[in-house]
Write a protein that binds this ligand. Structure first.
Ligand code: FAD
Length: 577
């Protein structure tokens, strides 16, 4: 039997696998991934990974920036552990071969990033995730005990009596459905940006792990906090990394004016405003875009209103040296050269602050079930993640979850539970029924599109009670219709239509929890802005939203106090000094 089964071959999953192998070489580890690990979304991270290393910087400052950036919704004990371990993890990656960019004297180079007062973002040009994931992947190859199930899709967790016993998964190539027994399971399935229509997220980011945990009885936390990134390409949603602004890029409106100087981004007045305003936090920058749009100062395009990112003054040499991938993306997907042309951009769904509720070691309330990475909510990101905190997060908490799962597996040596076989057979029947369905039911793609537009309309940058309440009804009706969705492809070989049906069900779970949590939080904080409740309300809502799946199948939202250690809630102040 497998000791630790990891669902996900991205940064969090691979880091967890290495941690298990390093902790105890006698353990068996399985990494199950719906795509080949190097295709996980981590590969597309561009800008960098934060960790204190530069002279003059301190762990406390990194912690403070993270906590104030998260609008005081971060658990401060988690943040304290995170800032200590982040530089160690990044250095470990260096030893495993990650080619961090360098200063002339050979030291690791760092760049500024949004909401960070000091330069602490390590980078490998603007292909940080690519190098980071390669480094982890090649390191896993050292360990014989790590077995991989590439292109296997996990459809459910085997849970009996509050304890996880393994997973049921489909081998996508053959359609074979298998129950895999395991002493512990770590969910490292990444985010859920695809519940929205316009996102930087890869097509595989459908919130599967959140839904798996939710259905297994583990609550989801802070699901209403969805991050918009201010600079996506208008047609594709492809991300233009914050590094472009860190290197000195400007955001200008249709009049060529750097409009951010008109907005309160939380900078102290003493900072040189014009230098730091493009590096304000993502939530505030996205909200400023909407305000510009309302003033008629954005540019209309067939793909929605845009503003411009101006990199021309950086010059070709700097663009090539520091952000070559930005140039490559602009040329390939927007048919322009940022050295000479303005880049049209608009806010785009980018990251999920919420996720599976875990403790500091990745443990969920379901015994033996752990979660790490973007699918989890520890929480270090609170109401708004700072750019470049996610890559170190997947390393720090991936490693912690791996070590904790290994310890759990060591203490629980019982044999395979009967539930593995019975729930495996149930799941096999369910999938066969779905495969054989057909006829006149609604199309999966139509339902997905309706769900995405419902979410954008109700749970976008700004929300209100009425739009959210209406979305609850639409999602209920979508849920009913999805039960009859038709699958036209009845083959068992690479049946991606069947997979997209399972993904649709997962996304509907996630969508429902986002809307229910947003409806319940009658205040504005970070990325959650309620037009009908514009102020932050610490008295009632200095608390995480915790959403359980009620016996009726509907989401039931409660609150959990935030862990405060040394930083009492205050105003959000940013800007580099
Ligand atoms: C374009 C882009 C740029 C970014 N840039 C940065 C940056 O510069 N700095 C930063 O800190 N953060 C950045 N982020 C955020 C960061 O990259 C992600 O949050 C992080 O990489 C997530 O890692 P993960 O391991 O949790 O998940 P992922 O890398 O998304 O991996 C998820 C894994 O789960 C598997 N999986 C999912 N569902 C199933 C299932 N049902 N069955 C089997 N396997 C499954 C997938 O196959 C995949 O292997 C960026 C994100 C994007 C989208």
């Amino acid at each position: 039997m497998i000791d630790v089964l990891i669902v996900g071959g991205g940064g969090a999953g691979l880091r967890a696998a290495i941690a298990v192998a390093e902790t105890d070489p006698s353990m068996t580890v399985a990494v199950v991934s719906k795509v080949y690990p190097m295709r996980s979304h981590t590969v597309s991270a561009e800008g960098g990974a934060a960790g204190v290393i530069a002279d003059g910087d301190t762990l406390d400052e990194h912690a403070y920036d993270t906590i104030s950036g998260g609008d005081w919704l971060c658990d401060q004990d988690a943040v304290e552990a995170f800032v200590v371990e982040a530089p160690r993890e990044l250095m470990r990656l260096e030893h495993w071969g990650c080619p961090w960019s360098r200063e002339r004297d050979g030291r690791v180079a760092v760049r500024p990033f949004g909401g960070m007062k000091r330069m602490r973002t390590w980078y490998a040009a603007d292909k940080t995730g690519f190098h980071l994931l390669h480094t982890l992947f090649q390191t896993t190859l050292k360990y014989q005990e790590i077995v991989r199930y590439d292109e296997w899709y996990v459809t459910s967790l085997v849970v009996d009596d509050g304890r996880v016993h393994g997973v049921v998964a489909v081998e996508i190539r053959t359609g074979r459905v298998e129950a895999i027994a395991a002493r512990t399971v770590i969910l490292a399935t990444g985010g859920c940006g695809r519940v929205f229509p316009f996102t930087t997220n890869a097509a595989i980011k459908t919130g599967d792990g959140m839904s798996l945990a939710y259905r297994a009885g583990a609550p989801l936390k802070d699901m209403e906090f969805v991050q918009y990134h201010p600079t996506g390409l208008p047609f594709t949603g492809i991300l233009i990394t914050e590094a472009a602004r860190a290197e000195g890029g400007w955001l200008i409106n249709k009049d060529g004016y750097r409009y951010l100087q008109d907005y309160d981004l939380g900078q102290p007045t003493a900072t040189p405003k014009l230098r730091s305003m493009e590096l304000g936090p993502r939530d505030r920058l996205s909200q400023a875009f909407v305000a510009e749009q309302n003033k008629g100062r954005t540019v209309e395009t067939p793909y929605g209103p845009v503003v411009y990112l101006d990199l021309r003054h950086l010059g070709e040499a700097k663009i090539e040296a520091r952000i070559p991938f930005v140039r490559e993306l602009c040329r390939s997907y927007q048919n322009l050269d940022p050295a000479t042309d303005l880049i049209p951009v608009r806010p785009v769904v980018h990251y999920m602050m919420g996720g599976v509720h875990t403790d500091l070691h990745g443990a969920t309330p379901v015994a033996g079930l752990f979660a790490a990475g973007e699918t989890a909510c520890v929480s270090i990101n609170g109401a708004n993640r700072l750019g470049s905190n996610s890559l170190p997060e997947i390393l720090v908490f991936g490693a912690r979850a791996g070590a904790a799962a290994a310890a759990f597996a060591r203490e629980h040596r019982e044999g395979e539970a009967a539930a593995v076989r019975s729930q495996g057979a149930d799941e096999q029947r369910r999938l066969r029924r779905a495969l054989e369905s057909g006829g006149t039911g609604p199309r999966i793609a139509d339902l997905r599109e309706e769900m995405q537009h419902t979410l954008e309309g109700a749970a976008g940058i700004y929300r209100t009670h009425d739009t959210l309440a209406k979305a609850v009804e639409t999602l209920e009706s979508l849920r009913e219709r999805a039960a009859d969705a038709r699958v036209d492809d009845h083959s068992t070989t690479f049946n991606t239509e069947l997979i997209s049906l399972v993904e649709l069900h997962a996304m509907l779970d996630v969508a429902e929890t986002i809307v229910a949590s947003a409806l319940n939080r009658t205040e504005s904080r970070g990325a959650h802005q309620r037009l009908d409740f514009p102020a932050r309300d610490d008295e009632r809502f200095l608390a995480h939203s915790l959403v359980h799946r009620a016996p009726s199948g509907n989401p039931s939202v409660g609150l959990l106090p935030v862990a405060l250690t040394r930083w009492p809630p205050g105003e959000r102040i940013y800007g580099r000094d």
